[in-house]
Design a protein around this ligand. Structure first.
Ligand code: NAD
Ligand code: DAU
Length: 341
């Protein structure tokens, strides 16, 4: 198949491109704008693969989308490209609407016109909102997004639904829990804590640190997406999760201990506005329908991840210099606690 991967220079997209190139015979075209989160170093070593091509482009640019679909004879689309960080969506929601909603709509329309046969929308469990102490998100849980990021993803999901219902366009939607692993941008919880700890900087935990996330190793997310692409039911929605709930504070303590640093680095700071309390996924549908199971347990995945950040210090140090520092100062400067790097 000729597969268009949007956002393939980001965290999960790059891991997915690597998965596709590691096996099979598919041709992979990575269409990415290279925003602050897109980094071609995530694909180092892939450039010379004859089955891989990078095209710099914006999913909001209809002409560019049309051209890449036609020029590359694209048969399937896996759509990762998005603004993905909740905190940034609190600071500036507009680009989330433009990229995540309008960009998805343009990609859907052009893909349909180009005769694309499979379209995977990579969505998130955040569209369901927040859970109390009990219960799990299932595919029929009503959408109740709480952040501008989550709202933009929910809107994009509904646009996908409408393309299936109205045009019978073969969209498949995945909703995954929190990912971790190599190449995650160091503003998200796990890489931020690793990098700060290695530099003996404060570790900013929001609120009381008791919010719960359900962590999944990124390669397990990628294998799930790939199964959905090849064997999923058109119009289907598939929850993906690690069955691995953890309070943020427990996770941060595990990281600190593993790195041999002092827990005194942990600093409680002002909470994220609208901070979702708990996410937890029921992944039994994808398991029973497509036979997917996560393969990396959390202790092993976290050890691998820490080792990767230790071995790839250049990668994250480069990112944490320059423009990223301005973002960091803005986001953490007024939260209280001496959290600046
Ligand atoms: P990321 O922020 O690391 O990467 C996003 C990529 O999209 C970047 O390479 C960026 O350059 C590209 N991009 C942004 N705007 C673009 C545009 N207008 N046109 C083309 N490319 C553009 O994100 P991620 O963490 O890898 O997440 C990928 C997808 O998976 C997102 O859709 C996100 O909502 C979803 N998701 C993420 C997680 C998670 O834990 N990270 C969990 C579930 C779902
Ligand atoms: O659930 C899937 C979602 O997971 C994806 O859709 C998003 O793209 C992805 O960014 C992630 O969203 P979260 O908001 O859960 O991830 P983040 O890494 O930003 O935060 C994880 C938890 O850690 C959350 O409860 C907030 C908290 N946190 C985060 C940061 C950056 C802190 O306590 N301190 C921090 O500095």
């Amino acid at each position: 198949m000729n597969i268009l991967v949007t956002g393939g220079a980001g965290f999960i997209g790059a891991n997915y491109v690597r998965l596709l190139l590691a096996g099979g015979e598919d041709r992979v075209v990575n269409f990415d704008l290279l925003t602050y989160a897109g980094n071609l170093e995530n694909l180092a070593g892939c450039e010379d693969n004859p089955r891989y091509r990078f095209v710099r482009g914006d999913v909001r640019d209809r002409a560019a989308v049309r051209a890449v679909l036609a020029d590359e004879k694209i048969e399937a689309v896996v759509h990762f490209a998005a603004e993905s960080h909740v905190d940034r969506s609190v600071e500036g929601p507009e680009v989330f609407v433009l990229t995540n909603v309008l960009g998805t709509e343009i990609l859907l329309e052009e893909s349909r016109a180009a005769g694309v046969e499979r379209f995977v929308m990579v969505s998130t469990d955040e569209v369901y909102g927040s859970l109390g102490r009990e219960g799990l998100f299932v595919e029929t849980t009503p959408l109740a997004p709480n952040s501008p990021y989550a709202a933009s993803k929910a809107a994009a999901d509904l646009m996908c639904r409408s393309f299936f219902k109205t045009f019978n366009f073969p969209v498949l939607t995945t909703r995954c829990s929190n990912n971790y692993g190599p190449y995650q941008f160091p503003e998200k919880l796990i890489p931020l804590m690793i990098a700060n700890a290695l530099e003996d900087k404060p570790l900013p935990v929001y609120g009381d640190g008791r919010n719960v996330r359900d962590w999944l190793y990124v390669q397990d997310h990628c294998t799930a997406i790939d199964l959905v692409l090849r064997r999923g039911r058109p119009g289907g929605i598939y929850n993906i999760g690690g069955c691995n709930e953890m309070q943020n504070i427990t996770l941060v303590e595990m990281l600190v201990d593993r790195l041999g640093k002092s827990r005194d680095l942990i600093t409680f700071v002002k909470d994220r506005p609208g901070h979702d309390q708990r996410y937890a996924i029921d992944a039994s549908l994808i398991s029973s329908e497509l036979g997917w199971q996560p393969s990396v347990d959390f202790a092993a995945g976290l050890a691998r991840t820490v080792d990767w950040y230790l071995a790839n210090r250049d990668w994250w140090e480069k990112i944490r210099s320059g423009a990223y520092m301005e973002y960091y100062a803005k986001m953490y400067g007024d939260r209280g606690g001496a959290t600046g790097p």
